[in-house]
Design a protein around this ligand. Structure first.
Ligand SMILES: Cc1cc2nc3c(=O)[nH]c(=O)nc-3n(C[C@H](O)[C@H](O)[C@H](O)COP(=O)(O)O)c2cc1C
Length: 211
């Protein structure tokens, strides 16, 4: 039985969002095909995702200087323990499904805050004499992303930084299998929008059988 973390960074649901519609088709099919797997939905717009801020730095600083957890302030305790909970949940999962729209060439900021919570030395990677080494060598990941223009080829390909960022981070974490499922070009070609969406939904359902 695999544990799947379904991580969505979108304020809307599948009725208003292309990425969420494609992701819903994927995860519903995945659940049908893998009825015994555990799928945990982490809805980043509704979850508490602390930023690494002054409380977090002071909390970490106190712990590093040998102070006990009970010596942290209320804010420090809440944020440090929530960040810890998020990174523990991440490493306990076997598969990740990231769902994001493309906003200004990247993903919404809450996804970056979330990724900051899981990029933890000793958990997702470690430092060695030969440099950093990823620790998530038995995981699998997928990124479902909707983007109004075309980025899989053509002049804008090099401008996309959301999927590219996740690709770099998954490599850094040692995740051996990471793929992208894109629904793209519907804003640039509104007359083809429905066809583009239906095509991506069909690909999502297919992929759900093998992921
Ligand atoms: C704040 C914002 C920024 C956007 N930036 C881009 C962009 O950089 N490139 C692009 O092709 N489309 C951009 N778009 C269009 C979205 O990528 C497109 O609407 C996509 O379908 C969003 O995903 P969704 O349907 O899941 O909401 C942007 C849309 C919004 C709302």
């Amino acid at each position: 039985m695999a544990k799947v973390l379904y991580i969505t960074a979108h304020p809307h649901d599948d009725t208003q969002s292309y990425s969420m519609a494609v992701a819903k088709a994927f995860i519903d099919t995945y659940k049908e095909v893998n009825a015994n797997d555990e799928v945990i939905h982490l809805d980043l717009y509704r979850e508490n995702i602390p930023h690494i801020d002054v409380d977090v730095f002071s909390g970490w600083g106190k712990l590093q200087s040998g102070k006990g957890f009970e010596e942290l302030s209320g804010e420090e305790k809440a944020k440090v323990s929530r960040l810890n909970e998020l990174s523990e949940q991440f490493i306990a999962a076997d598969k990740y499904v990231f769902v994001t729209p493309l906003w200004n060439f990247s993903f919404p900021p809450v996804m970056k805050a979330y990724l900051d919570s899981v990029a933890v030395a000793g958990k997702t990677f470690k430092y060695t004499a030969e440099g950093p080494v990823g620790l998530l060598t038995d995981k699998k990941a997928l990124h479902i992303q909707a983007r109004g223009g075309i980025y899989s080829e053509g002049p804008a390909a090099g401008m996309e930084m959301g999927h590219r960022y996740l690709t770099v981070l998954m490599q850094f974490f040692g995740v051996p299998s990471f793929e992208g499922l894109f629904v793209e070009g519907h804003a640039a070609m509104p007359d083809k929008a429905q066809e583009i969406k239906e095509n991506a939904i069909a690909r999502a359902k297919d992929l759900a059988h093998t992921f």
